[in-house]
Design a protein. Structure first.
Length: 381
């Protein structure tokens, strides 16, 4: 078993001991990926994965028989068991797991609360609870997020690699855009660059051309690019399960004075947030400061992109967005090993201004790992 794998399981068991839980039942989720080593969430609800991690004893990984070979090859859980039926919870097989591990009367932590979801139909989860009626199912979301918010050195290495690939792809794509091409072509190109560099699950949001700068999650709809258009792209990819997320922009024919000034202002505000990202700082303090700075920018806004999002950043890891939320409502206090984004953003009639940074929180000070240049790039016509 890899060193990181054992460390993750040991931390999970220690957290269960602190909270009094006897086991975790993880259902076809990113948390299951985190604690099993399986490379991805099973996309087919007809044959989901089930992981039982007991406080004492070996974890059990229950998968459809069509995924058994992959579970044994790619995961680190030794006790792999199988079921056959499609589209229904494998009650008999799951019951045997609980009986073998002495959990039929245990306190079982599940993904029932804050920013979690169960990865099976709710009716099937209710059937599991009814079949294991002597067990007590409880929300384990605080425990799970506590495990995942603190990244190991190996986790951080994967995040840095994903950010490097994203930075290179954004730079190549923005500089290669030309008048007469489309926003959709640019979106496809940046994803191709990330895949070509060895990353997986590339994604991109694009806002390009007048009338589109408020579309922070735009997908590209065939808009033909013209001189003077800003091309802003927010993108990310996955390396060893960990995801990047940041955006950069350029202007066809080069930015004008208003665009250059707005980009500089939003970058300066972003860097104020970056410098605050230190252990012991509540994320709500960062959010309050950045929200105030955005509100007093003095630009002719068509929207406050970060204001509409309800936050000026978020955690980053196995999911593109995860806790903590850099929001005035989130009480989380930063700790070394956390990774967050800092991303105040605004839109005007002449552009989207959003220079997101991915930041590692450390005792030595914040480390920016979104290494792409922040100034607006000048795109030849």
């Amino acid at each position: 078993m890899p060193r990181d794998a054992q460390a993750r399981l040991d931390r999970a068991r220690a957290a269960m001991a602190q909270t009094g839980l006897d086991a975790l039942l993880l259902l076809n989720s990113t948390n299951l990926v985190y604690l099993s080593g399986y490379p991805a969430v099973e996309r087919t609800l007809a044959r989901p994965h089930y992981l039982v991690v007991p406080r004492h004893g070996r974890p059990a990984f229950l998968v459809h028989e069509g995924r058994a070979a992959e579970a044994r090859k790619y995961g680190w859980i030794e006790d792999v068991r199988t079921y056959r039926e499609l589209s229904v919870a494998p009650l008999a097989e799951l019951g045997r797991v609980f009986a073998d591990l002495g959990l039929r009367r245990g306190r079982i932590g599940c993904e029932l609360g804050f920013d979690q979801r169960i990865g099976i139909p709710f009716g099937e989860f209710e059937r599991i609870r009814a079949d294991l009626a002597s067990a007590r199912f409880e929300d384990a979301s605080p425990l799970l997020w506590r495990l995942r918010m603190i990244k190991s050195p190996a986790d951080l290495a994967a995040l840095r690699a994903a950010c490097r690939i994203t930075a290179e792809a954004l730079e190549r794509t923005i500089l290669a855009a030309r008048a007469g091409t489309t926003d959709r072509a640019a979106a496809i190109a940046v994803q191709g660059h990330m895949t070509g560099a060895g990353a997986s699950d590339p994604w991109v949001a694009i806002a390009a051309g007048r009338g589109n700068y408020d579309l922070a999650t735009g997908v590209g709809h065939g808009q033909v690019l013209e001189p003077g258009d800003m091309v802003w792209m927010d993108a990310g990819c996955t390396v060893e399960g960990f995801r990047s997320d940041f955006g950069r922009a350029g202007v066809i024919g080069g930015p004008n004075g208003d665009q250059t000034d707005a980009q500089r202002q939003i970058w300066e505000i972003t860097m104020e947030g970056v410098r605050m990202a230190r252990p012991g700082v509540p994320v709500r303090d960062i959010a309050a400061h950045l929200n105030h700075r955005v509100a007093t920018l003095g630009l002719p806004l068509t929207s406050s992109v970060s204001g509409l999002a309800g936050r000026v950043g978020h955690g980053l890891g196995l999911d593109t967005t995860e806790p903590p939320h850099v929001s005035e409502q989130d009480p989380t206090v930063l700790e070394a090993g956390m990774v967050i984004t800092i991303e105040p953003g605004v839109a005007t009639e002449f552009g989207m201004f959003h220079v997101e940074h991915d930041v590692v929180v450390s005792a030595e000070g914040p480390e920016v790992i979104s290494v792409a240049p922040w100034p607006l790039r000048s795109i030849p016509t």
